[in-house]
Design a protein around this ligand. Structure first.
Ligand code: ATP
Ligand code: MG
Length: 606
């Protein structure tokens, strides 16, 4: 392919819209153009990368026995109503684009396909004899992300591979999950990516076990917490750790009231009175809004030195309020909201776990009881300091008991870097950042039960199908590869997913000897099965070298002054190593290295 015919437009300067290296480089090197917020055109060079990634994904999926399919992107709301997800995905912070058709029928643009596939399974799968089966597709997904950013990393329209498996029992589902785990590891390795598997929160997709695959990179949006011995790694959303013992509080039974004027925070309270934060219980009050029923005030007790993990809290609240439908939002209650409900002002900053339900009496729209939850770090305390439910006062020596029943406990605290690990207290969690490129779930029977997807088991009894689902962000993966493989001069594509494998640069297009030799080499390399660019533009050599580095083609052949003597230069992009060699020897030598590189041997790292 001639570069002059490639519609290649590279940018010298960093585009203002891009914050992270991979986004900047994809724009500068002519791989993508922004069309709207979170909406990108994949230009021909990127499309080749995406096709290569897709081909690797396809090969590995096919090798597991999965069947490729293509499901509709326009999805009737009725299916999502049956699974109970329509409200959660469209109202509040819901991310599904949705519309009415000319007959006023409500439709969503697929952000994911559990509903559609489960409806198909209900229709097609009848007997255990048809199981297990796994279907996958590689297709554009739509998500109205709250903060689209970083180019293809968080787009509103992006390419995903999603697979769904159906099983007769849980054991078979677990086995398939293990097979997918291995297939995913091969996919990332073949794409030249360093990826790690971490325990993950199952989020809105639901289900039990789930694992994410993270490409480690400083620009990653996710925080990974892992033990140095490699036995534990989890997304911080999900991570657990040991809590350090609290400093015991010298008790003053019965509890005494302490004047704490304007000491609303744990820091202010502790520094004024010499308490250790671990001796205190802090109480957070939030409002949960659901698809059905009035908003529910939630009172959370945490040990004062601990931090809330909002994902764990959302899961705990959802699990306890399954009858109210999807949890739409969970936000701290403000003084203004209390007044707007027609209630007396609350002593915010001085609340205790025993804040009475009476404070909710007469609320205009809120439910008139608190959902009370405590993290074990708070629930396990003997005597502690907490708000006294009256302005400018705390209680010292409060205890759980008859007067202050222990709330329902749930793991709500955020594990932090430096925390001791559950599996071995000698190990401490270390933090790194990651880009989530894949996620595999054991869904269990959540969707099959909701959408009535049943099969007849060996004993002749009808039961819901067991399901798994498995996603890879194909377009995000392509950008993550750039984030992991670039240097000051541009992209260094891993060979198996590079848009072209070799670029032959003619140093001076005015020199017929150079042009003629370059064209001969281009033809010989292509005949050998290599994917070759020929930079035939009438530009200065320096400009062409810069562009070749920027777009990141793994091998560069320079046909310059040595052409008259039959000599060319071969440069490896990632190492910058160069060697002079006879043009006659080049094709055989380069074909051999490229063929080895395609197998992922010596995955390049910059
Ligand atoms: P995230 O937590 O990053 O929002 P998710 O957990 O919602 O992602 P999944 O539903 O697990 O995403 O989707 C499967 C894969 O699709 C993800 O692992 C990720 O690689 C990719 N993906 C998800 N959202 C986006 C997006 N907005 N843009 C690009 N890729 C995405
Ligand atoms: Mg995910």
């Amino acid at each position: 392919m001639r570069v002059s015919r490639l519609m290649l437009v590279t940018l010298r300067d960093d585009p203002a819209e891009a914050e992270i290296p991979s986004h900047r480089l994809l724009l500068r090197a002519g791989y993508i153009r922004r069309i709207g917020s979170g909406i990108y055109a994949y230009l021909p060079l990127l499309w080749r990368v995406l096709q290569k990634v897709s081909a690797i994904v396809r090969e590995e999926m096919n090798a597991t026995g999965a069947l490729e399919t293509l499901l509709p992107q326009l999805q009737p709301s009725e299916l999502w109503e049956r699974s109970g997800r329509w409200q959660g995905y469209t109202a509040g912070e819901g991310i599904m684009f949705h519309l009415l058709d000319r007959q006023d029928r409500s439709l969503g643009l697929g952000p994911t396909h559990e509903e559609v596939i489960t409806a198909l399974a209900a229709d097609l799968l009848r007997s255990y004899r048809q199981l297990p089966v796994c279907l996958y597709q590689i297709q554009t997904k739509f998500r109205d992300e709250i903060r689209p950013r970083f180019g293809l990393m968080r787009g509103r329209e992006f390419i995903m591979k999603d697979a769904y498996s159906f099983h007769a029992d849980e054991q078979d589902l677990k086995a398939a999950y293990g097979v997918m785990d291995q297939a995913y590891r091969r996919i990332f390795e073949r794409c030249g990516l360093r990826a790690v598997a971490v325990e993950a929160d199952s989020g809105a997709i639901g289900g039990s076990a789930s694992q994410e695959f993270m490409v480690t990179a400083d620009a990653g949006e996710d925080l990974i917490l892992a033990s140095p011995d490699g036995r534990y790694a989890a997304n911080q959303e999900r991570a657990c750790s040991r809590v350090e013992p609290a400093v015991p509080l010298a008790t003053t039974a019965p509890p005494t009231l302490l004047a704490t004027p304007a000491q609303r925070s744990i820091e202010a309270l502790c520094s004024a009175h010499g308490f250790d934060p671990s001796q205190t219980v802090k109480v957070l009050v939030l409002l949960a809004r659901f698809a059905s029923g009035g908003p529910l005030p939630v009172l959370v007790s945490l040990r004062g030195d601990q931090t809330l993990n909002p994902v764990k809290l959302s899961n705990a609240v959802s699990a306890r309020c399954a009858d109210s439908g999807a949890l739409l939002s969970l936000e701290p209650i403000t003084p203004e909201q209390v007044l707007a409900e027609g209630l007396e002002p609350w002593p915010l900053g001085f609340l205790g776990p025993h804040l009475p339900d009476a404070l909710l009496q007469g609320a205009a729209s809120w439910q008139q009881r608190f959902l009370r939850l405590a993290d074990p770090s708070a629930a396990d305390l003997g005597a502690f300091v907490c708000g006294a439910n009256s302005l400018d006062h705390h209680l010292v020596g409060a205890c759980w008991g008859e007067a202050m029943p222990t709330p329902d406990t749930a793991d709500l605290r955020a594990a932090q870097p430096g925390d001791r690990c559950l599996h071995d207290p000698e190990q401490r969690l270390e933090a790194s950042r990651g880009i989530e490129v894949g996620h595999i779930f054991q869904l269990g029977r959540k969707y099959s039960t909701a959408l009535d997807a049943c099969f007849t088991n060996e004993a002749g009894v009808e039961e819901p199908l067991w399901m798994g689902c498995y996603g890879i962000g194909v377009s995000r993966l392509a950008q993550a590869a750039v984030e992991q493989h670039h240097d000051a001069n541009g992209i260094c594509w891993p060979l198996p997913i590079a848009p072209y494998e070799v670029i032959v640069v003619v140093a001076n297009m005015q020199e017929p000897v150079q042009v003629e030799l370059a064209e001969r080499l281009d033809a010989a390399l292509e005949a050998g099965g290599l994917e070759v660019l020929l930079d035939d533009r009438p530009e200065r050599a320096g400009v062409k070298f810069k562009d070749a580095d920027l777009i990141g083609i793994p091998w560069r052949v320079v046909v310059g002054r040595g052409a008259a003597q039959g000599q060319v230069e071969l440069v490896e992009r990632r190492s910058g190593e160069r060697q002079e060699l006879a043009a006659a020897d080049l094709p055989a030598q380069l074909i051999a290295v490229v063929e080895a590189g395609r197998l992922g041997r010596g995955a390049p790292s910059c």
